[in-house]
Design a protein around this ligand. Structure first.
Ligand code: EPU
Length: 431
């Protein structure tokens, strides 16, 4: 089984290029099948979740042509089925965007229930409520599939009971070609919601207000081809910013939109890092001891839940007591057990982690429980004294392209190994 072998202790220094936003790309790929014309999508990250999504689209006849590692041409004109039931599709969360896209285009969709990281119950009631409001009266779960069929989709007024990225994107997809006006209230404002809306508008949709909590969609008769570049990944960028913080490094993350990183930047400044912003790059210098703080995850523009494990790893090394409250997912502290085995002083009570900072972590054999927690444990290992191995890196590869290679380019001693023997060789080599 593939693992990362890591020798901690090197300050990360240098520049790193951030790729396209995974969670925008997943919505954009689904949206791209909604026209019969060809769509060119650029800055697509080459990560596992994206490749599963492409495989699912191909399974129903969508033609996806790879132009290069980060560019695809998609043509949805030859879609021959609205049923997506391959077992692999359960691996990703965003498979549910195929429901919105197929329902919006063909008034019919059946897609296997999604999987994704086990970070909470992750209900889909708001997606279903919205589909029903748009005219898919049977929208629900049946035989392990999400099903939704409509005679005729009609615009509706939808109030979301909680801020949900998934339902906001899915309902935009379902509503773009519905007759009349749709209003989504209490919509998610994340940059990737805005990116999917911008992409749909480039295809001829009429969506206003994305990025605010009220989105208004005027249904159009059809969508057309376009060319589109996906925004940079806010969470990949934030992860490298925290990699600088925990290794006392000096890292410039390039190809980012600094505005999307404001909540991350402000916490880094609060804990004692220097952050310099330019047009499309952010430099993080961590030359002083880290300071304790309190943080609560919130929908955008609040501090992202997808950065919660990374900030916890940093605060574990900050002097004094810090408190991290997770308000989006109820099961997102599973990695704390692993971190404690590396010497962290963290107690979890309900949705709160109480952190007593320690002087340092020590290397250990640890397992990635999910995507972001896995990346955060890698950061802990980079900061630790000694050698660590991180298991189950398949989770990390769901959302980070060339993670270990990018870290290596910043001076990290990290390698992907495939056996216990290779791990031993790594240990011998790094002493
Ligand atoms: N929720 C409901 N009912 C619904 C939808 C959501 O109760 O119908 C709840 C969820 O259980 C959760 C909260 O609302 O407690 C927010 O869920 P949301 O829909 O925003 O999350 P998601 O669409 O399942 C996406 C990202 C996650 C990211 C969250 C929050 C994708 C594929 N996933 O998940 O990304 O954490 O938004 O920003 O876009 C990741 O990339 O590692 C990841 C987990």
């Amino acid at each position: 089984m593939e693992q990362y072998a890591i020798k901690g202790g090197n300050a990360l220094v240098g520049e790193v290029e951030i790729g396209g936003a995974k969670n925008a790309a997943l919505g954009i790929l689904a949206a791209s099948l909604m026209t019969d014309e060809t769509v060119l999508i650029d800055n697509l990250p080459d990560v596992r979740d994206i490749n599963v999504m492409i495989q699912a689209m191909e399974s129903i006849g969508v033609v996806v042509e790879r132009i290069d590692r980060h560019t695809v041409k998609v043509n949805g004109g030859s879609t021959h089925s609205t049923v997506v039931d391959g077992d692999y599709i359960k691996k990703i969360r965003a498979s549910y965007y195929l429901v919105g896209a197929l329902l919006g285009k063909y008034s019919s969709a059946e897609v296997k229930l999604p999987g994704g990281c086990n970070i909470g119950t992750r209900a889909i009631d708001q997606h279903l409520k919205g589909f029903r409001a748009l005219g898919a009266r049977d929208a629900g779960v049946s035989g392990g599939m999400i099903v939704a069929h409509a005679d005729h989709l009609k615009g509706a007024h939808i109030y979301l009971d909680m801020v949900t990225v998934g339902a906001t994107i899915n309902l935009m997809l379902a509503a773009v070609m519905a007759e009349g006006q749709t209003t989504i209230e209490n919509a998610a404002k994340e940059p990737h919601v805005v990116d999917v809306a911008n992409f749909l508008n480039c295809m001829g949709a009429s969506i206003k207000g994305a990025g605010t909590d009220v989105i208004r969609i005027r249904g159009v008769a059809g969508l057309h081809g376009t060319e589109y570049t996906i925004i940079p990944d806010q969470i990949e960028a934030g992860t490298f910013m925290f990699a600088a913080a925990v290794t006392k490094g000096d890292v410039t993350v390039k190809n980012v939109i600094p505005k999307h990183l404001e909540s991350i930047t402000s916490k880094l400044v609060e804990i004692g890092c220097e952050v310099e912003e330019s047009d499309d790059a952010v430099r993080v210098v961590a030359s002083k001891p880290l300071l304790h703080t309190h943080v609560k995850t919130l929908p955008y523009p609040g501090f992202p839940t997808d950065m919660q494990p990374q900030i916890t790893v940093a605060l574990g090394l900050a002097e004094g007591t810090s408190i991290v409250t997770e308000s989006i997912f109820e099961n997102r502290f599973k990695y704390v057990e692993e971190l404690v085995r590396m010497g962290a002083g963290i107690k979890v009570e309900g949705n709160t982690a109480i952190i007593e900072g320690v002087k340092g972590y020590t290397g250990a054999g640890i397992t990635a429980p999910d995507l972001r927690a896995g990346a955060a444990l890698v950061l802990a290992a980079l900061a630790a004294d000694g050698v660590s191995s991180v298991d189950d890196i398949k989770y990390i590869e769901r959302g980070y392209e060339d993670f270990h290679l990018k870290l290596q380019s910043l001076g990290a001693e990290i390698e992907k190994v495939e056996s216990e023997r290779e791990l031993q060789k790594f240990r011998l080599r790094v002493g």
